[in-house]
Write a protein that binds this ligand. Structure first.
Ligand code: THU
Length: 127
């Protein structure tokens, strides 16, 4: 699968987004090291802080299915059909990625491939 095909899967996952409040549809596709794929979308709530991001939906689906080794995630977000502006993961999602992934975990956005360390150069760790 090319990076572009991977990104297009995230766009397709955004079709499941439940986002009546922000109208910002986000899709994420998580690839495990053994080739499994988990999709996620953002799921909003009228009690706004209960909202969950697409990335965490995908990661929690994977972890709750017994997978904790991840290679890459693709993320697409938009209020329209134009997904060309990169949807950089929020701080909460980066911290959840950091729980399971090393610095070189790949984050595929509309503008290409990034690494977890690009967005989260250092991480919280309980000593
Ligand atoms: N959102 C995500 O799904 N992922 C992010 O990394 C940032 C934001 C969602 C949450 C909310 O439903 C909408 O985008 C607007 O913030």
């Amino acid at each position: 699968m090319t990076d572009d095909e991977f990104f297009r899967l995230a766009v397709r996952a955004s079709e499941k987004s439940y986002s009546p409040y922000s109208k910002f549809r986000v899709g994420a596709v998580l690839l495990t090291t053994d080739g499994q794929i988990f999709t996620g979308c953002n799921i909003e709530n009228s009690s706004y802080s209960m909202t969950i991001c697409a990335e965490r939906t995908a990661i929690f689906k994977a972890v709750s299915s017994g997978f904790t080794d991840f290679k890459a995630i693709a993320i697409a977000g938009s209020t329209s059909d134009d997904f060309s502006v990169p949807c950089v993961p929020c701080g909460a999602c980066l911290q959840v990625m950091a729980e399971f992934c090393d610095d070189d975990f790949m984050i595929v956005l509309s503008d290409g491939v990034h690494r977890l360390k690009d967005f989260l150069p250092s991480r919280f760790k309980k000593s």
